[in-house]
Design a protein around this ligand. Structure first.
Ligand SMILES: CCCCCCCC/C=C\CCCCCCCC(=O)N[C@@H](COP(=O)(O)O)[C@H](O)/C=C/CCCCCCCCCCCCC
Length: 218
């Protein structure tokens, strides 16, 4: 209790994070940016609670969250309510560097693409956690998920640094405790409920970006 009272950041709770990803989908399958970003903010809180070795990872995610928040708070914020409206607005107005980085290094489309790629890592990692045995290693699950997703977009140095950080991950049981959900069985149930929604958010974004040829924004 004293820790929670003294800490500046609210305690991480996996269910809140998963709720953000769940509620970011509207009835007509648009993705609400505020909710999407809230999900990532919660995840970075979790990363920060794991120690300073992970700060270079959470720092990049925090930077990208801040860029998205800046767009939302800007005069054109209403154009950034959903991923779909953002893509339309930025493409219609030529606000995305499509072939090389130049005038718009902080476009919403580019920034969200980086988080979108990381969401695939999250999906793969959480699915491994959900189906893992008691003696499974989080470092192995994490690096397998990373190698199948984000690694292809990262240079050698970042891949090495990420690999070193994964080795410092706590074990499965500590991991489950920090999630602050309840028993391991309850964590497994919650992940089973939330993963299809995370997959849906990922797939909708992937399809949208594919349709508009945005998957390779430099
Ligand atoms: C209770 C749930 C368990 C899961 C908790 C996961 C917590 C995840 C929180 C944050 C994830 C970090 C997301 C990283 C975003 C990376 C975006 C990116 O690819 N950025 C690179 C490219 O950006 P630009 O230069 O083009 O602007 C950037 O170069 C990357 C820098 C940092 C390193 C990224 C390493 C990524 C490893 C992801 C795995 C996180 C492992 C956490 C394990 C709990």
């Amino acid at each position: 209790m004293a820790d929670a009272a003294l800490s500046e950041e609210p305690k991480f709770c996996l269910s809140e994070v998963l709720d953000s990803f769940k509620t970011c989908l509207t009835e007509n399958k648009e993705i609400i940016i505020d909710q999407y970003v809230a999900g990532w903010r919660g995840l970075t809180r979790f990363m920060n609670s794991l120690g300073t070795i992970f700060s270079f990872i959470s720092k990049d995610a925090v930077d990208k969250i801040q860029i998205m928040v800046k767009h939302r708070n800007d005069v054109n914020g209403p154009r950034y309510v959903t991923v779909q409206s953002m893509v339309k607005y930025e493409l219609d107005n030529g606000l995305v560097d499509l072939t090389k980085r130049s005038s718009f290094p902080e476009s919403g489309c580019r920034t969200l693409l980086r988080l979108h790629r990381a969401l695939r890592w999250l999906e793969l990692f959480l699915e491994r956690l959900r189906t893992s045995a008691e003696d499974s290693k989080t470092s192995v699950m994490c690096s397998e998920a990373y190698n199948e997703s984000l690694a292809q977009f990262h240079p050698w140095l970042i891949r090495k640094a990420a690999g070193m950080a994964f080795c410092a991950l706590p074990g499965r049981s500590t991991f489950f405790e920090v999630m602050n959900v309840g028993t391991p069985e309850q964590v497994v149930v919650m992940l089973g409920d939330a993963l299809p929604l995370i997959s849906e958010v990922y797939q909708l974004t992937e399809d949208l970006y594919l349709k508009h040829k945005l998957l390779d924004i430099p």
